[in-house]
Design a protein around this ligand. Sequence first.
Ligand code: FES
Length: 138
Amino acid sequence: MLYSEKVLDHFSNPRNVGEIEDADGVGEIGNAKCGDIMKMYLKIDNDIITDAKFKTFGCGAAVATSSMATELIKGKSIDDALKLTNKAVVEALDGLPAVKVHCSVLAEQAVRSALSDYYTRQGIDPVPIVGEIKEPEE
Ligand code: FES
């Protein structure tokens, strides 16, 4: 089987799909090559991510990784969310085929993009905290 059961589960039954209307940070990231787009909405209270939702117009692995990423950051501090790597998302899903690993980068960067927006809204330069948001190049 090409995909783990967890990937199939998060693809067919994605968690936290949707929008947060009064989100504190909204991020969007796309992959120019495949054309997939991921949008991430965060609710943040006292540096804790109290809610996370996403909308992904993309492949199954992009849906599964965004679903898992929202699960991994919910209830966590901003610091912890910033440490979330695409590798951690892939591990939590019991792996992805090599050709699909780049899809998980979209999930990692969508979280960072939303956190970047959170800081920008408060008049804080996000770059020293969040770093540059990079569109995946693969
Ligand atoms: Fe585009 Fe997966 S193929 S994100």
